[in-house]
Design a protein around this ligand. Sequence first.
Ligand code: NAD
Ligand code: MG
Length: 394
Amino acid sequence: MQNVTLLGATGSIGQSTLDVLSRHPDEYRVFALTAHRQLDALMAQAKVYQPRYVVIADESDYAKAKSLMSETGVNAELLAGPQALEFVSGHDEVHTVMAAIVGAAGLMPTMAAVKAGKRVLLANKESLVMSGKLFMDEVSRSGATLLPIDSEHNAIFQCLPADYRYGQPQASGIAKILLTGSGGPFLNTPKQTLASVTPDQACAHPNWSMGRKISVDSATMMNKGLEFIEACWLFGVAPAQIQVVIHPQSVIHSMVQYLDGSVLAQMGHPDMRTPIAHALAYPHRIDAGVAPLDFSQLLDFSFRLPDFEQYPNLKLAIDACAAGQYATTALNAANEIAVDAFLQGQLGFTQIAVINATVLEKIEPSELESLEAIIEYDGLARMLARQAIDKLRS
Ligand code: NAD
Ligand code: MG
């Protein structure tokens, strides 16, 4: 029986994780559930899964959460605040932590799980984008087992040889990692008309059902950009060893190209329960509740390369990856502010990339050698992004 902490339980990944866990009650027990604002949803989950701890991110919601808890009849210990998130991540009795908080807020609790040497199921790509080297150094120091949940990285992981050595793709005969992406809802939308798209249009992904922030990132392909950075750190490869390929059907989730001409791909329905089940059970396989692929129905498999004029955010991210940690941290922070402003109706869709580019131009490069320095720099980039948005709107 493995105890599992779910950071971001009420989100899209959190719900899919609970769905997989509920199929294997003899293998996994929910130890802690955490969430930010959706207290009703959190208590409803707690009622079903009966965790030892229920944790809310915001201390000022404690009283409200406490009374909801007794109304719902939930019998767990209620904790609140950033330290409480870290506590349930690093707790001695926890075996596995699903890191599925969205955005930079996921960094510290995910790091707490890494530092405590847990089996870390990483959905929160932002933590790796912000702290790549520190994060990976901590993984090797603590002996944590890091398993990718992002479907592309999970696919790449499955296509790598079992004896793959971090940072040495050539030693395994690997020529390239082919990072696939659907191109999002605006793949065939003329770029001149993108300025007027609405948040709901941007969030209507053709293949995947996800939270709103990552949905907007998929529409701008910033998501693929963050994944590009994530892949460099996870597998220890250089930017030149990764190629982004658009595959609109989202059946192939990524590929590894070998020197002998072989290309290995991982396929499946676009359903996050597959990578979640893979990482939970690795190196074994368990049922994820996902229907098998039906090859009599898979008629159309197509591929093309991304157009950086259609997706300027993708180019910004690839360039930031080459520039270094300061640039990826700044880009991630600026993008969170810009996407939020877009979702609030304060910024146009194509202005997201304008804000991101402005922040990258304005911010001074810096050596970020500690988590504190990263968090401070992240704050600075957010401030520059807010200023750039105010300027655009005035
Ligand atoms: P979501 O918005 O649906 O859920 C986010 C979760 O994080 C919620 O439980 C929310 O309560 C919690 N949260 C939000 N702000 C918080 C804060 N300040 N402090 C603590 N908790 C907070 O997001 P999602 O789509 O489930 O994505 C979660 C993560 O997984 C993201 O990093 C995303 O990039 C990554 N991811 C998601 C998918 C997907 O299919 N949804 C695929 C790959 C990777
Ligand atoms: Mg992904």
